[in-house]
Design a protein around this ligand. Structure first.
Ligand code: MSP
Length: 498
């Protein structure tokens, strides 16, 4: 059975990870855990993008070799993913031999096919984006993202025939309406492609820290051409197109990939909005040229600002997810990021908003519900295990389908909203039925209300687990059949710190 294949962007190792990188990786983790909980085989890939001039420079500043530098930052990424409880299946580094050789093989295939050709380029270049820009993209030749002036670059370069794929791309978008997601971002891509595609320079002669072109090692492969290929090099394409089959078969085994077709095409490439064009235009064109099927969906989420400002080193306002998790707990952070902002839109991270959400949704709605229910249940002996039916569970069945629909559409915020709608119903049910008062006149009726709540809470447990894995495990323990025990609150209330 083909696995559900989900990917994060591979992150640049020029600096250390922050809340923005964590956001994408957490989203993939949540979707991956959800799919697994439904019994689907999943392959979840993340990794690091390690070539190019910016990494060369970062290493130089640190006084180490680019590879030493990349090793250090890649390790920091892996460490953070462990702290954030991210269960990826494979971690690819663009300095992995499996990746470098796949890139080289792809380059030669496209060269032989005529989809890559040698030419000359002169243009204005943003060193931070590692991309050429014309005046429409960078008014006044100032990079709109980095606000830095572009530099003029003239060089011999290989081009990828992107222009050849303009019509095929437009047809593809039309025939695959789910490919460009969310749809409001898709429109921008369609307009961009309609406005005309130019061939893309895909090698550099001045960048030493890159993958050399096999047939002309004076050139190294352009970082973006190199990086995008990670999605197939990690999926085992090398075993089909590279020479050393035995090496690739061993690598694939290590990565948990039997055959390329068992994972490819990717089901979702999840990325931030600023790299949408690379994924929605260049990448599919590269795959078309290669004759490899296209991914099913490219989903671009929005950007986080912090207390209303863009995160930046200069402003010193970069949010370190480890610090937030240390101070307030990891699960509340995982919850907040996906409950606060519709997935796909931009959002603002503020401590006020975080504390408000925590207290309202976690401490009050969910935490209190669990303690109230268990405290009342303690009066009536063991937690039940026999099959059970009630109106709350009927509603839960309907919600289960709704949640699945939202998760498939990557509407993570809506899935949480659906989960919390049952939590709201349960809290209202307690307030209406007042089991503690009811027990005085009709003990059986009171007990049955509490039983309903326990079963419904078990459903909630399954739903929240992908978002908050430790909380889910703890709830499962507290709610499992058997004697009721006394526990500390799941989410102690937070005071607003100034
Ligand atoms: N290396 C390229 C991606 C190559 S993929 C074939 C790259 N790396 S990056 O380190 O700059 O990471 C960019 C990604 O980090 C964004 O696409 C997004 O997923 C995440 N974010 C970084 N900052 C962010 C915010 N402030 N807000 C939300 N996500 C952002 O681009």
């Amino acid at each position: 059975m083909k696995k559900f294949y989900i990917t994060t962007p591979i992150y640049y190792v020029n600096s250390y990870p922050h809340i923005g990188h964590s956001y994408t990786t957490l989203a993939c983790d949540i979707v991956s855990r959800y799919k697994k909980s439904r019994g689907a085989p999943v392959h979840f890939l993340t990794g690091t993008d390690e070539h190019g001039i910016n990494i060369e420079k970062a290493a130089q500043n640190a006084g180490v070799s680019p590879k030493e530098w990349a090793d250090k930052v890649a390790a920091a990424y892996k460490e953070l993913w462990k702290i954030l409880n991210i269960e990826y299946d494979d971690f690819i580094r663009t300095t992995d031999r499996r990746h470098e050789e796949t890139v080289q093989a792809i380059f030669e295939i496209l060269l032989a096919k005529g989809d890559i050709y040698l030419g000359n380029y002169s243009g204005m270049y943003c060193n931070s984006c590692e991309t050429y820009m014309d005046e429409t993209e960078a008014p006044g030749f100032i990079c709109p993202i980095h606000k830095k002036p572009l530099t003029e670059v003239k060089e011999e370069t290989y081009f990828f025939k992107l222009s050849k794929y303009q019509d095929a791309l437009l047809k593809f978008y039309e025939n695959n309406p789910d490919f460009l997601s969310p749809s409001f971002r898709g429109r921008e891509i369609v307009n961009f492609v309609k406005s005309g595609l130019k061939d893309l320079s895909v090698t550099r002669t001045k960048v030493a820290w890159g993958i050399p072109v096999l047939s002309n090692p004076a050139h190294t492969v352009y970082v973006w051409f190199d990086a995008l290929i990670n999605y197939v090099s990690a999926a085992g394409l090398g075993a089909k197109i590279c020479k050393d089959k035995a090496f690739f078969e061993t690598e694939n085994k290590k990565a948990g990939v039997k055959n390329f077709e068992d994972v490819w095409p990717a089901d979702v490439h999840l990325i931030g909005k600023e790299i949408y064009r690379f994924h929605a235009v260049i990448w599919p064109a590269m795959l078309m040229a290669l004759g490899v099927p296209l991914p099913k969906k490219v989903f671009a989420h929005g950007w986080w600002t912090v207390e209303g400002e863009k995160m930046s080193k200069t402003l010193g306002n970069i949010v370190d997810p480890k610090k937030v998790a240390d101070e307030y707990g990891l699960d509340p952070l995982r919850f907040f990021l996906f409950r606060e902002v519709p997935f796909g839109a931009d959002g603002d991270f503020s401590m006020d908003a975080f504390v408000r959400r925590y207290n309202a949704d976690l401490a009050n709605d969910l935490g209190n519900l669990l303690s109230r229910t268990l405290n009342m249940a303690a009066k009536y002996g063991d937690l039940p295990s026999a099959p059970h039916k009630c109106a709350l569970l009927e509603k839960a069945d309907a919600l289960d389908k709704e949640i699945e629909k939202h998760m498939d559409a990557l509407a993570l915020d809506k899935a949480l909203e659906s989960i919390w709608s049952l939590i709201g119903d349960m809290n209202r049910y307690i307030d209406e039925k007042k089991p503690w008062a009811l027990a005085k006149t009709d003990e059986a009726a009171a007990k049955s209300v509490i039983t309903d709540l326990i079963y419904a809470l078990r459903r909630v447990t399954d739903w929240v687990t992908p978002f908050m894995p430790s909380t889910g495990a703890e709830m499962k323990k507290r709610l499992s059949p058997g004697p009721v025990q006394k526990y500390a609150p799941l989410f102690p209330r937070l005071e607003v710190k100034k």
